[in-house]
Write a protein that binds this ligand. Structure first.
Ligand SMILES: [Zn+2]
Length: 460
């Protein structure tokens, strides 16, 4: 490897470059040696002994299951090799004893914004002011922190749907996927695309404040350009503000969103806040409708028929949530109606604010209270938080389900979440990509940190 590195330098026709190459020979040889060592295959075997393995898709818990995982520290992948009772263990296998735990796949939050946290001070919970006061760099660091907190509560996948400054969400995703830091698998939207003004109410003197929180796209050309721009800068899903202004997108425009996103293999997630906007989004065949205030029985029936995901904002009624009784009752009734009509449901929070005393993961978990209050059975809540989450994230064939050939993203707790969903409040073990992130309730993630893109800079 030393010679290859040296030769590649000597290929440079420029004599000056050759001179520099020889001057820096010592350094480059060291670098090459490091690369060589790093490229050596680095695999090891890990066995998780599960007291019960919970399959949320079928609502079953199988006792005494071993999960054998091959972890590759070069690629960052940890893949489940075998599952069964009393598996033969290769020599040198690390054994993790969770024989008094219920083990299942990681949880999914289908709607959050990791790189924004609005708060009482200094912006009076007006996120418009947050975007003026927090730079993208500080928001990217916040994003790492909020993602880390969610992972500690068992959320191994997050759909991160915009309001992330100038692509702090892409930066977070790259940092996690390249191996710089631990975090959930991120399905990010880049910049939210909207009609003039986005979700802001600007003044003519400051009409440029919309960017970079929103990309204005009013014409067909602008819509296509905005989608391509987002995808170029790392978006995995397209987020459109369907009806945030008095001039909502037409059904035809929303169909253009769908076809242009599909051209790049992406789905469209639509923020809806009016009944007419929701109706158009359903007609156009968006992948998901985000927020539930505008949805009703009739729209639910349309969504169920077309298989469109309902990504509600199931904020619980608690000390910290200012929810009126009327709004709370409607939220529960409509969630229950969507469940009864067989609408595809996601667990989704929009929990992008600071509540003192709760970390972001703990805050996210509290949304379970709404599902309980709506009378959804515990096993179905777990299914929504796992199986449905993998599907809306389009990861269901790759990670999430605990199956052979899938990535080893596991959580564990002492109680059975199929019978008591509150068990999820006590997730005390988290594994991501075959690496232990949390064990015995202690987060000790040093294995996830690297001083370089350990899994490859081209992992994007
Ligand atoms: Zn949101």
């Amino acid at each position: 490897m030393k010679t290859i590195c040296l030769r590649s330098r000597l290929h440079t026709a420029n004599l000056f470059a050759i001179l520099i190459a020889f001057m820096s020979l010592g350094t480059s040889a060291d670098t090459c040696w490091a690369q060589n060592a790093e490229q050596a295959a680095q695999t090891r075997m890990v066995l998780v002994r599960a007291g019960h393995l919970v399959d949320a898709a079928t609502g079953t818990a199988t006792p005494n299951q071993d999960i054998l995982i091959e972890r590759n520290d070069r690629t960052g992948r940890g893949v489940i090799q075998a599952i069964g009772r009393n598996l033969d263990v290769p020599p040198g296998t690390e054994v993790i004893d969770l024989s008094d735990h219920y083990v299942t796949g990681g949880l999914v939050d289908a709607h959050d914004h990791l790189a924004i946290t609005y708060k009482e001070e200094p912006e009076s919970n007006q996120y418009y002011f947050t975007t003026l006061m927090d730079s993208t760099p500080i928001r990217a660091i916040q994003a790492f922190s909020t993602g880390f907190q969610k992972l500690a509560s068992g959320f191994t996948i997050v759909r991160d749907l915009g309001n992330n400054g100038l692509y702090a969400d892409t930066a977070l995703r790259h940092a996690i996927e390249q191996g710089w830091v631990p975090g959930p698998t991120i399905i990010n939207a880049g910049i939210i695309i909207g009609a003039f003004g986005g979700q802001f109410f600007e003044i003519p003197e400051r009409e440029d404040t919309v960017y970079p929180e929103y990309l204005n796209a009013d014409t067909d050309d602008e819509i296509v350009k905005a989608i391509r721009r987002n995808i170029h800068y790392g978006a995995k899903v397209v987020k459109v503000c369907v009806d945030c202004q008095a001039y909502p997108y037409t059904t035809e425009q929303l169909e253009l969103f769908v076809s242009e996103a599909a051209n790049a293999g992406r789905k469209v997630s639509g923020h809806v806040q009016t009944r007419e906007g929701a109706r158009r989004a359903i007609e156009a065949g968006l992948w998901s409708l985000d927020h539930d205030n505008a949805l009703d029985e009739e729209l639910h029936a349309m969504m169920a028929e077309k298989g469109i995901w309902r990504v509600g904002t199931e904020t619980p009624k608690t000390e910290w949530a200012r929810t009126s009784d009327a709004r709370w009752e409607r939220r529960l009734a409509m969630l229950r109606d969507a469940y009864d009509q067989g609408v595809k449901l996601a667990f989704s929070t929009d929990a992008d604010y600071f509540i003192r005393g709760l970390d972001r993961g703990e805050l996210t978990l509290e949304f379970i209270e709404t599902w309980k209050a709506a009378g959804i059975p515990d096993a179905d809540i777990l299914k929504v938080m796992t199986t449905n989450g993998y599907e809306i994230s389009e990861l269901e064939n790759e990670r999430g389900p605990v199956r052979e050939g899938f990535m080893a993203d596991l959580i564990a707790m002492r109680g059975n979440p199929l019978e008591d969903i509150d068990a999820l409040y006590d997730v005390d073990f988290v594994m991501k990509d075959g690496l232990v992130f949390k064990h015995d309730g202690v987060v000790a993630p040093m294995d996830f940190f690297h001083n370089g893109p350990a899994y490859g800079w081209r992992v994007r």
